[in-house]
Design a protein around this ligand. Structure first.
Ligand code: ATP
Ligand code: MG
Length: 192
């Protein structure tokens, strides 16, 4: 991946020495978790940080607004899911897809190529027991130990206690109102 430091007045070694990598969790039932993570990546990319988002659950066949915008900003996004499956028809397939997606997360975590990694809807697959929470938290912690400046962001409803315990920052989006309850469906540029 090409680095962009040249446009910035900082050196990677100095950045890494002066940065305390954070584990950040955006959870809760209100809308705004994924868009918050995208906003953070936009800010980080603007500073020349190397960012990558891996999306669990979202269908690999869909191209959302954020995918088009991320390309323009040099932000890497991988969408790996089969689509949200609240009423899943095939739990074995869901588990298999979650495992494959987690494998890619591990590859990125171990690569040392990034300053910020975002695992979108990872919390969702944890709360549905598609991946073992303890193992996932251990891997996140191990990556943070070997790369102390790495920022990791995870999103999704119902964050488990172990993840909250491990995190430096946890924000819970609380639904006050959502247009869905008034019968307004997902709209272009707002949901996708
Ligand atoms: P966004 O991607 O808009 O930031 P989110 O990441 O907080 O939303 P998720 O829990 O990932 O939301 O849910 C995915 C989809 O469900 C989004 O399209 C979102 O608009 C919708 N959604 C989120 N919260 C609610 C809610 N309280 N009621 C109905 N639909 C919701
Ligand atoms: Mg989301």
């Amino acid at each position: 991946m090409p680095t962009k430091e040249k446009q910035y007045k900082w050196r990677r070694e100095d950045y890494q020495e002066n940065t305390r990598g954070l584990l950040m969790v955006y959870t809760g039932h209100g809308k705004g978790k994924t868009t918050c993570a995208l906003g953070l990546m936009m800010r980080a990319a603007g500073q020349g940080l190397r960012c990558c988002m891996i999306q669990f659950m979202k269908s690999r066949n869909d191209r959302y607004g954020e995918h088009v915008a991320a390309e323009k900003l040099g932000i890497e996004i991988h969408t790996m899911g089969d689509g949200f499956t609240w009423d899943t028809k095939n739990p074995a397939q869901d588990r298999e897809t979650a495992n494959q997606t987690w494998e890619l997360c591990l590859e990125k975590l171990h690569s040392g190529d990034y300053d910020m990694l975002v695992f979108d809807e990872l919390v969702y697959v944890l709360s549905y027991n598609m991946l073992p929470v303890a193992e996932v938290v251990d891997e996140l912690q191990a990556a943070r130990t070997s790369q102390p400046a790495l920022h990791i962001v995870v999103t999704g409803r119902d964050a488990p206690a172990e993840l909250i315990e491990a995190a430096d920052l946890v924000t819970e989006m609380r639904e006050v109102k959502h247009p869905f309850t008034a019968g307004i469906r997902a709209q272009r540029g707002i949901e996708f």
